[in-house]
Design a protein around this ligand. Structure first.
Ligand SMILES: NC(=O)c1ccc[n+]([C@@H]2O[C@H](COP(=O)([O-])OP(=O)(O)OC[C@H]3O[C@@H](n4cnc5c(N)ncnc54)[C@H](OP(=O)(O)O)[C@@H]3O)[C@@H](O)[C@H]2O)c1
Length: 287
């Protein structure tokens, strides 16, 4: 199997280099920027292609690694220039879209798929070093998934398959778990800053707590991993927290604290906090 790329940006280049390092064949690259093509092709021992037809002629699998909002155009452009066959497969690496965005290719009788790496590709070398431990999600035409699954198995990467219908739920989950985690960290560090502690130093101090929580979630799941005043039904402490947010005029942080507090109470009442009286008392404080 030879994989070719349309789009020699961060993901296309890092993933192609990873394939090459793992002994997989890379067919070639095309991008609007010849210098990116030269770099990616040079780093993967593959062809610097002058157009998409050349990528298609040198590859069985064509990965469109443009930005999300460019995938549909890139696929239409490919289908205008190249007669794809059932021997080709066309995929993209976006988490936000399913493979149905590649319908012009499917209409030519080609298998389509999406293969999303659950990793942030901010910088090529760092992304490359993290790729061996990266989890992928795979979605698309069942028959073609077999060859992409075989590729994943050869690479040794963990992956799961997902239906097109559920791709959006999957992607918003990834956004919540990474992007919203940042928002939560920012809010927590702002409260710390209000108490006079530098946020960078504060993060260092809280890091073992954060990593301990992640380890606990990995070991026992979210509901059982919960600790703290809400898990204990400790109304005095929660009332003091809310009072302190009021006294310091931190109304936005109070909104976050109480909203997430109520969600945390729901979580606590699943497994840990069993007293209906305590649950009700905490709910009254947070509501
Ligand atoms: N970056 C991440 O952290 C990450 C993580 C997981 C998955 N992904 C997915 O990976 C895909 C690629 O993202 P990226 O961050 O690697 O993007 P990127 O660095 O912006 O690279 C995309 C490249 O494709 C070029 N391009 C766009 N349309 C083209 C066309 N029709 N023909 C030839 N070249 C074209 C772009 O040129 P111009 O700049 O001139 O448009 C750019 O050089 C996206 O689907 C993204 O969702 C990204």
């Amino acid at each position: 199997m030879k994989v070719g790329f349309i789009g020699a940006g961060k993901v296309g280049t890092a993933f192609g280099r990873y394939l090459h390092d793992c002994g997989e064949a890379v067919g070639g690259y095309f991008d609007r920027h010849p210098e990116k093509v030269a770099h990616a092709a040079g780093a993967t021992g593959s062809a610097a292609c002058r157009n998409v037809s050349e990528v298609a002629s040198r590859s069985d699998v064509i990965l469109i690694t443009t930005r999300d909002d460019q995938i549909a155009d890139a696929c239409s452009g490919l289908c205008r220039e190249v007669v794809l066959t059932a021997d080709h497969a066309v995929g993209h690496m976006s988490g936000a879209h399913a493979s149905d965005i590649l319908s012009p290719a499917r209409m030519q009788g080609t298998s389509v798929f999406s293969l999303h790496p659950l990793q942030a590709f901010a910088e090529e070398e760092k992304a490359l070093s993290e790729l061996p431990d990266t989890f992928f999600s795979l979605e698309g035409t069942k028959s073609q998934l077999k060859s992409i699954e075989a590729l994943m198995q050869r690479l040794g990467n963990p992956y799961f398959t997902i239906s097109a219908e559920h791709k959006s739920l999957y992607h918003l989950s990834a956004c919540m778990l990474s992007n919203y985690l940042l928002t939560l960290m920012d809010a927590g560090l702002r409260a710390l800053q209000e108490s006079g502690i530098d946020p960078r130093r504060g993060f260092q101090a809280m890091r073992p707590l954060i990593e301990g929580t992640l380890a606990n979630i990995a070991g026992m799941g979210t509901a059982k991993a919960l600790t703290g005043p809400i898990a204990r039904g400790d109304c005095g402490t929660i009332a003091e927290h809310i009072d302190s947010l009021d006294r310091n005029g931190l109304s936005e942080l109070k909104t976050i604290y109480t909203f997430l507090g109520l969600k945390t109470l729901d979580l606590a009442s699943r497994e840990i906090l069993q007293s209906a009286k305590k649950i009700e008392a905490v709910r009254r404080l947070l509501d």
